[in-house]
Design a protein around this ligand. Structure first.
Ligand SMILES: *Cc1c(COP(=O)(O)O)cnc(C)c1O
Length: 380
């Protein structure tokens, strides 16, 4: 099956045995009747397994070209499960331009449990090798990154992870499997905040992991069941429904994202536009090789880099909603310096490019003329 078919049919071969319902029923149940101890139909207790969640997990595996999918209560719960593969004393090399919640989980929770994190620049993947020790167990990559849209070479990271026999995990939330498939490029684990593009309608918080290797999958299933950060059946149903339109939504997100990037760069009030589709983006060539298109996420700064002016722009927007999160059908705008990155000291955030006038857009799938008109009136 090709991608568009997989979003709809991947892992969904088993037709509902009761009534042949086309969508898997929402099995809103905690437990399953047994005829004799152990005599069940594959499900015993819904933390360990639930048929609606299982349908989603098979679909997740299919769209990421993996063998095993696991769904969690949030993206962070999925990352939490990955780090629980490690032991005190182990080391992780993570990209330094990273989702704030991942950074908080690593530094405020897992450093306390004796795991050491190195946050390093990966624009040139060879830099990773400078931090490898015999304690390194995991490389954590996010590409494109939030909010600067840096691009990291997944194949180059995979070559390093293989050379030193460490795991490579890729947070594929921004790109989605429509744009890139890290497992095909040699990654061991793909992670998603399904809250974003996979769900796609800003109505469910969920996380996912996808792997190919059975031993690794078994360890992660053990953690999923033992720690218990699963999602509910209703949410599994919603994400499964969301994924069925992922390809057509992403196609429009990409078209609108490109049009807005081009509009912004032509506006004399705009200083920089961060979007991997531009030829002068530092890693454009890598983006072109590893992604099928450039997505619907972009950031920009205004000339003069004025904090108050940036706040005014996001307040003036009418179709773009000012809010956190991304990846829904509706366009969202965010001001990282005062919102998602407010907790990072100004000097530190500016080092990674998060200056006062930076505005991040999650470009939705509305009519492009309306979106551009909205930006025009807000920027002035
Ligand atoms: C939102 C997000 C997460 C965290 O996911 P939640 O579902 O909010 O827990 C992790 N990584 C990236 C890139 C995200 O955008």
């Amino acid at each position: 099956m090709k991608f568009n078919t997989k979003t709809i049919h991947g892992g969904q071969e088993d037709v509902d045995p009761a009534y042949g319902s086309v969508m898997p029923p929402i099995y809103q149940t905690t437990t399953y009747a047994q005829t004799t101890p152990g005599g069940h139909k594959g499900f015993e207790y819904s933390r360990s397994g639930n048929p609606t969640r299982a349908a989603l997990e098979k679909n997740l595996a299919s769209i990421e070209n993996g063998k095993y999918g696991l769904a969690f209560g949030s993206g962070l719960a999925a990352i939490d499960a990955v780090i629980k593969l490690l032991q005190p004393g182990d080391e992780v090399i993570s990209t330094n331009n990273l989702y704030g919640g991942s950074y908080r989980l690593f530094t405020k929770i897992f450093e306390g449990f004796g795991i050491k994190f190195h946050f390093v620049g990966m624009d040139n993947a060879t830099n990773i090798e400078n931090y490898i020790t015999d304690k390194t167990k995991l490389i954590w990559v996010e590409t494109p990154t939030n909010p600067m849209m840096n691009i990291i070479d997944i194949k180059a990271c995979a070559a390093i992870s293989k050379k030193y026999n460490v795991l490579l995990a890729v947070d594929n939330t921004f790109a989605t499997p429509y744009l890139q498939n890290p497992l095909d490029m040699g990654a061991d684990i793909v992670m998603h905040s399904a809250t974003k593009y996979l769900g796609g309608h800003s109505d469910v918080v969920m996380g996912a992991l996808i792997v190919k290797d059975k031993t690794l999958a078994d360890k992660l299933y053990f953690i999923q069941n033992a720690s218990g950060a699963i999602c509910g059946p209703q949410d599994a149903f919603l994400v499964l429904r969301g994924i069925k339109t992922l390809h057509i939504r992403m196609q429009r997100h990409c078209e609108n994202g490109k049009a807005i990037a081009e509009y912004l760069i032509s506006n004399p009030k705009i200083e920089n536009v961060y979007w991997p589709g531009f030829k002068d983006h530092p890693n454009h060539q890598i983006a072109k090789e590893q992604m099928r298109d450039y997505g619907g996420m972009l950031s920009f700064t205004t000339k003069g880099n004025n904090y108050k002016e940036a706040i005014k722009i996001v307040e003036n927007l009418k179709i773009f909603t000012l809010g956190e999160s991304l990846g829904g059908v509706e366009s969202l705008a965010g001001h990282p310096a005062s919102m998602t990155h407010a907790s990072i000291p100004k000097a530190d955030r500016e080092k990674t490019g998060v200056v006062d006038s930076l505005i991040r857009l999650s470009v939705g799938i509305e009519d492009i003329e309306d979106l551009i008109d909205d930006l025009k009136q807000a920027i002035g």
